[in-house]
Ligand binder design. Structure first.
Ligand code: PMP
Length: 300
């Protein structure tokens, strides 16, 4: 990264790093060249852009969103006239919204597993059932993989769960601390964006050199070391009092008070977790088996 820093950080232009990154991502997600990518600066921008794309493509306004999922700060997600709430793992709650608002729904957005209200895994076939309803009703199916991509296997969780979203969102996981987000989808949806289409989207720092270099590096490094990470996550899965999926884990849904106690106890053992009881934690290649054992000891 030091070398890349000397090449400059942002010129407000498309760069070879950015193009390389787009190819690298499509390759990692095993998506062919019918898929296009638009870069943003974070997950919130990616989710907001995806919703606008779906609204423009379908010429409809409403979005089904699961109450257990988080997609950033975008205006859309807090606007009660746009959002139709549903409950994760409850297909009937989706069907009810479709029945009550048939012909008005542009998209359904979800996290393949919920990682912003503790850790909630999809029940068997839930994601496939949702995908099928979206197909039948011509609703754009958006998978927000800002957290889930590259955490279950090398690629998107959509491959792991065998679903085919129309739009896929990526974010922080790929750039290791540098601002980054991406919307990926088929050309007929993405081509609505300026300059080929009418939907305006711009941003000085989108796909900037530093974030693109960081994401390219991360992808290449992860590709080479994913087996190590998978082995490490198996130890995590075997540790008592931890709920995990791949490299994502939760220490249980606790009250704020209980979480505060746990936070301080772990900090005493040199382990830093999020101060929010709702947020999950992540295993990375910087961690070792010993770190997982220390965490297990602290949780006893
Ligand atoms: N989607 C999901 C699933 C997220 O977890 C987050 C952030 N926690 C976002 C979107 C928003 O991303 P950002 O904070 O980069 O705007």
């Amino acid at each position: 990264m030091e070398k890349k820093l000397k090449e400059g950080s942002s010129f407000g232009l498309t760069s070879t790093q950015e193009i390389q990154l787009a190819k690298n991502i499509l390759n990692a997600l095993t998506l062919d060249e019918q898929f296009k990518i638009r870069f943003t600066n974070n997950g919130s921008e990616a989710a907001t852009l995806a919703v606008r794309l779906a609204q423009k493509f379908t010429n409809k306004k409403k979005i089904i969103k699961f109450q257990e999922c988080y997609h950033g700060w975008g205006e859309t997600f807090t606007n009660p006239s746009t959002i139709l709430p549903a409950n994760f793992n409850d297909l009937n709650s989706v069907k009810k919204q479709i029945q009550d608002h048939r012909g008005e729904i542009a998209a359904l957005i979800l996290e393949p597993f919920c990682a912003n209200t503790g850790l909630i895994l999809p029940r068997k076939d839930f994601l496939k059932e949702v995908e099928q309803i979206c197909r039948e009703e011509k609703i754009i199916f958006i998978a927000d993989e800002v957290i889930s991509a590259f955490r279950l296997h090398f690629g998107g969780a959509f491959r792991f769960f065998d679903i085919e979203p129309d739009l896929i969102l990526l974010g922080k996981v790929l750039s290791q601390g540098y601002p980054f987000g991406a919307v990926i989808g088929r050309e007929q949806i993405l081509e609505q964006l300026t300059p080929s289409g009418e939907l305006f989207h711009a941003g000085t720092f989108n796909g900037n050199l530093l974030s693109s270099a960081a994401a390219n590096f991360t992808l290449d490094y992860l590709r080479d070391h994913f087996t190590e990470l998978t082995e490490l996550s198996q130890h995590l899965g075997e540790t008592k009092n931890i709920k995990s999926v791949g490299t994502v884990f939760s220490l249980g849904n606790k009250s704020t008070q209980e979480h505060r106690k746990l936070f301080l106890r772990l900090l005493g053992g040199n382990i830093l977790i999020s101060p929010s009881p709702e947020e999950v934690a992540f295993l990375s290649l910087a961690h070792t088996k010993k770190d997982i054992e220390s965490l297990g000891q602290c949780l006893k």
